[in-house]
Design a protein around this ligand. Sequence first.
Ligand SMILES: Nc1ncnc2c1ncn2[C@@H]1O[C@H](COP(=O)(O)OP(=O)(O)OP(=O)(O)O)[C@@H](O)[C@H]1O
Ligand SMILES: [Mg+2]
Length: 306
Amino acid sequence: MKIVPSAQASNVNLPKGISRIRSLPDPSLGELWDSIVLDDALKSKLLNQAVLNFTLRPKVSRSVIPLHGVIFLVGLPGTGKTSLARGLANRVAVSFKNRASFQLLEIEPHMLTSSAMGKTQRAVSELFSQSIAEAVANGPTIVLLDEVETLAADRSKMSLEANPVDIHRATDAVLVQLDALAEQHPNLLFVATSNFPQAVDSAFISRCDLVLEVPLPGESACARILDECLLGLGKTYPAISKLRTSPQVAECARECVGLDGRTIRKMVANALASTSQTAMNPESVTAHNLLEAARAAKANRGGLPK
Ligand SMILES: Nc1ncnc2c1ncn2[C@@H]1O[C@H](COP(=O)(O)OP(=O)(O)OP(=O)(O)O)[C@@H](O)[C@H]1O
Ligand SMILES: [Mg+2]
């Protein structure tokens, strides 16, 4: 199916497997990149590798450096991988904004998998060889391949349940297509994510130009995430900003070590729901409510409430 500009603008009638297309730069993705608290060195490493993809690959033969145009972000759930991937696409587009207009394609792997024998493989091949190849013809393209373990499952670990032959073939198809696209389209970058890297095929990992582990936030990162969350809430509820300097909030940040960024932000919402009063009037939340919510989140870490 040809990607027509109207489908692109409204994101309707997109080819199978593509859930969204965005023109870049997109300021909301700039905010997303800034909102993820991560060591500056790691953010730079990620951005530099992505930029290099678009400077080096069109000019240097693959016989010199066999780049595939794939960056792989791995890490625990809620550590910001998908947000970083989207934000990265925007940052790359900003870096080249006077030279080309970029687009971001988001792939929904579950839209491709099918219980019918051979269908997944066909859908994967079509997505890569037709839809993505056609999109790159419109300009430099970044493709977000979220939860890549669904498409590039480790063939050596497949049991005979589900439909392993089909899944096996889907992985084969991804590898073949990545090789073909790497040869033909240097203006293409895949950013893949997974929180099950051990379930991803080693031949896929071998094709990645950079595998970056996105870590859990450390103590100062936890403090920053909490602070930015309170600052953000303070725009609507000014009294909440005042809690930022409370010693109990500093203690709360220390309590958050070991939690992922998503859980920390949700913990703040739990604190706002501490009582019927705070739920009705979030501005009445106290530093004590936050500390209690952080302790509860820590106690429930990695599972359901105990
Ligand atoms: N390091 C961080 N700094 C600030 N916020 C974070 C951080 N990590 C996660 N978050 C928050 O958690 C939310 C979820 O992040 P995201 O969906 O990108 O995580 P993920 O790693 O892709 O998770 P999953 O593996 O479950 O798909 C984001 O909206 C962001 O607000
Ligand atoms: Mg994700």
